[in-house]
Write a protein that binds this ligand. Structure first.
Ligand code: GLU
Length: 372
């Protein structure tokens, strides 16, 4: 029978899988669960054979580092947690590399902070790197850059981080693998009448009340952060699943009908991005010639050669208005700061380096960053 999991995973172009610490690190021994991880690698290979690009958001660095260093149990002071993360992360990255290698899949490590997506320039840079890695067929392994985090490292942050990564990478499916198989109408550990929901189409106050604070999902983040992640994902055009990850091959199990809760996306990733760009206030204007205006109309990126005027003061990643000979054409995220844009306007791509004194990007505005 065709299930929601079959449909959503089967048609996904880009899938983000978030893996909680408890799945990766054995609670008793503190060792990495290698066999489980090898199974997950088989799932990744399967998804790629089905035509999807895969990004993994993995927790586990602190849990692993803590056991390697023999640190005390219970909450760690920030500097000890950061030290543990530094030790654990290098092992974690290596483990992913090793389990993916037999499938001829290269892994890449990306460490980000939640603020990275708030800073426009960093957002555009990370986005471009994700794009390039996925084009090259690499599987990015993402975690929070815990060693430079300035706040307490909160379990559950990776749920939200995963939603941000899904949005940044334009993913259409996000799967949170954890120790619960979905959202229940009440805490299933306390209430035997609690029922799991198959599908949530909207996060209403009623749905929020079902999450009921911390503790619902054991120690790992709880249902509250998972709902925050769901909200962000749905808004970004990405469907999200909460699924139980403990068993071998958890994604295969989903395709075979394992119980999960799905959160339906309210839009598509492309539409979400367009709405986001349209909603922003332009910080400047870029005027282009008739040739460039025609090229933009055909869905091409804007090259410096077609630009005849740049006004305003904006940074890379901020919003600009693009005008042609007949008036406004598009709203877009600038690929260059205003000063650099002025320095390279009208020039051919090969001249960019000599004008700027460093090698630059070929396009002034990427077509994915434009709303006509
Ligand atoms: N970044 C943390 C780690 O890798 C985990 C945060 C989380 O589980 O949400 O240990």
């Amino acid at each position: 029978m065709e299930t929601l999991s079959n449909t959503l995973i089967g048609t996904a172009k880009r899938i983000v899988i978030k893996i909680g610490s408890a799945l990766l690190v054995d609670a008793e021994s503190g060792d990495l669960r290698r066999d489980w991880l090898a199974g997950l690698a088989s799932d990744v290979a399967m998804l790629r054979d089905m035509g999807a690009a895969v990004v993994i958001v993995s927790s586990g660095s602190i849990a692993l580092g803590r056991s390697v260093l023999g640190l005390e149990s219970g909450p760690l002071p920030l500097e000890r947690a950061q030290a543990a993360a530094a030790v654990g992360q290098i092992r974690l990255a290596r483990a992913y590399q090793e389990v993916l290698a037999p499938h001829n899949i290269e892994a890449a490590q990306i460490l980000v902070t939640l603020e990275d997506s708030e800073d426009r320039r960093r957002y555009l840079n990370s986005r471009a790197t994700f794009e390039t890695l996925l084009d090259l067929g690499v599987v990015p392994i993402v975690n929070e850059n815990d060693t430079v985090a300035t706040d307490e490292i909160r379990y559950g942050d990776n749920d939200r981080l995963a939603a941000q990564v899904a949005s940044m990478a334009g993913a259409d499916v996000l799967v949170l693998l954890s120790d619960v198989d979905g959202l229940y109408t009440a805490n299933p550990r306390e209430n035997s009448d609690a029922k799991r929901l198959d599908l949530v189409s909207e996060i209403t106050p009623e749905v929020e009340s079902m999450a009921g604070g911390a503790g619902t999902a054991g120690g790992s983040g709880g249902m509250v952060t998972k709902l925050l992640a769901a909200k962000a994902a749905m808004h970004a055009g990405c469907a999200m699943a909460i699924a139980k990850g403990e068993g071998a091959r958890p994604i295969r199990a989903m395709l075979d009908g394992a119980p999960v809760t799905w959160f339906r996306a309210t839009t598509t990733p492309g539409q979400a991005r367009k709405r986001w760009i349209s909603g922003m206030k332009p910080k400047g204007r870029i005027v282009v010639d008739a040739g460039a205006a025609a090229a933009l109309g055909q869905g091409k990126s804007l090259l410096p050669a077609g630009v005849i005027e740049v006004s305003g003061d904006f940074h890379r990643g901020e919003t600009v208005e693009i005008l042609g000979p007949d008036g406004p054409l598009a709203k877009a995220l600038a690929g260059y700061d205003a000063t650099e844009a002025r320095a390279i306007m009208g020039c051919q791509s090969r001249e960019i380096e000599s004008r700027l004194g460093h090698s630059g990007r070929a396009v002034m505005v990427h077509r994915d960053d434009m709303v006509m």
